[in-house]
Design a protein around this ligand. Structure first.
Ligand code: HEC
Ligand code: HEC
Length: 254
């Protein structure tokens, strides 16, 4: 993506189309080729299902000094985790700040299982995030907790702020130029509804944060570190923009 950016720069700067109104909102799924769409649609073809299977096994496995499994406390994920991923990042009252789903899972690892937290982008964390995420397939994204407002606002400021050597904001690409081509890629509207996704370019599963870091390095900006508060606030704002859109985890992306 980086090499394609400089050639497209003038187009991005001089074409300012209207932002996506709620009725125009489209998942990245809709900008994909029919064959990539078919991969996501059919669980027997979707490579993300391998991570789901691993997540399912981890859900049942006892871990940590407490020798407790997720299932031991939460029972069947299909019931207890239904709708949960659709409202993350969520406000954590004890910490006074929002946590994303991966951070929330790791809290249970540490607090309730007395186990080591899983590393960001590790196979285990992606597997569990995907497994919990899939329990909310079809559930609309919900951001309604008033305690999140200040964090969402900061996320929106970052979304609109020009960054990097190319001096571009997220909004300039994803609000003003979605649907246009950037090199061989179509600029999507940047909805977070498919994550974690199996990305063909990565040949693996990755989190929303990994995707955001790709966009930041694409404009030659220093990306925020994983789980940094700036990153969580940006995730929150993307959820707010996508409020009401259905979750599609595990998504497939080019
Ligand atoms: C120069 C244009 C550009 C800028 C600036 C940019 N992106 Fe992107 N973004 C893209 C393109 C192109 C893709 C799709 C890449 C592909 O399909 O290979 C993408 C993909 C995404 C996706 C994935 C959407 C999906 O359906 O999976 C998200 C989320 C996203 N960007 C968020 C952001 C955020 C947040 C910022 C600001 C920090 C940002 N982007 C800055 C061009 C940009
Ligand atoms: C010893 C019991 C226990 C174990 C084991 C446990 N949890 Fe939890 N979990 C809880 C409790 C209690 C909460 C409510 C919040 C709190 O007190 O931390 C919770 C909250 C959660 C939430 C947030 C739910 C919501 O509605 O916001 C998620 C997601 C979650 N757990 C996932 C997991 C996963 C994944 C595992 C296994 C890796 C796990 N938990 C292991 C007890 C447990």
């Amino acid at each position: 993506m980086t090499t394609a950016l400089s050639s497209i720069l003038p187009i991005v700067l001089f074409c300012v189309a209207a932002s996506a109104h709620p009725q125009d909102r489209r998942s990245g799924f809709e900008f994909m080729s029919p064959s990539t769409q078919a991969m996501q649609r059919d669980d027997t073809q979707n490579p993300g299902m391998l991570w789901i299977k691993e997540g399912e096994a981890l859900w049942q496995r006892k871990a940590g000094r407490a020798e407790q499994s997720c299932a031991g406390c939460h029972g069947e994920a299909a019931r207890s985790m239904r709708g949960v991923a659709a409202r993350y990042p969520a406000f954590d009252a004890a910490l006074g700040q929002p946590l994303n789903l991966g951070q929330r899972i790791n809290q249970c690892r540490q607090k309730h299982q007395q186990a080591e937290p899983w590393k960001r982008e590790s196979q285990e964390l992606l597997a569990m995030e995907s497994y919990v995420g899939m329990q909310s397939r079809g559930v609309p994204v919900e951001v309604s907790d008033p305690r999140l407002l200040a964090f969402i606002e900061r996320g929106e400021q970052r979304y609109r702020q020009r960054i990097g050597q190319l001096n571009l904001s997220c909004a300039q690409c994803h609000d003003d130029n979605w649907g246009r081509k950037l090199g061989s890629a179509v600029i999507p509207q940047a909805h977070p509804t498919g994550y974690p996704v199996y990305r063909l370019e990565w040949q693996g599963m990755g989190s929303l944060q990994r995707r955001l870091r790709n966009c930041m390095t694409g404009v030659r900006a220093q990306p925020y570190a994983y789980d940094e508060h700036e990153m969580v606030e940006l995730e929150l704002y993307l959820n707010k923009r996508a409020q009401g859109m259905p979750l599609e985890t595990p998504g497939v992306r080019p």
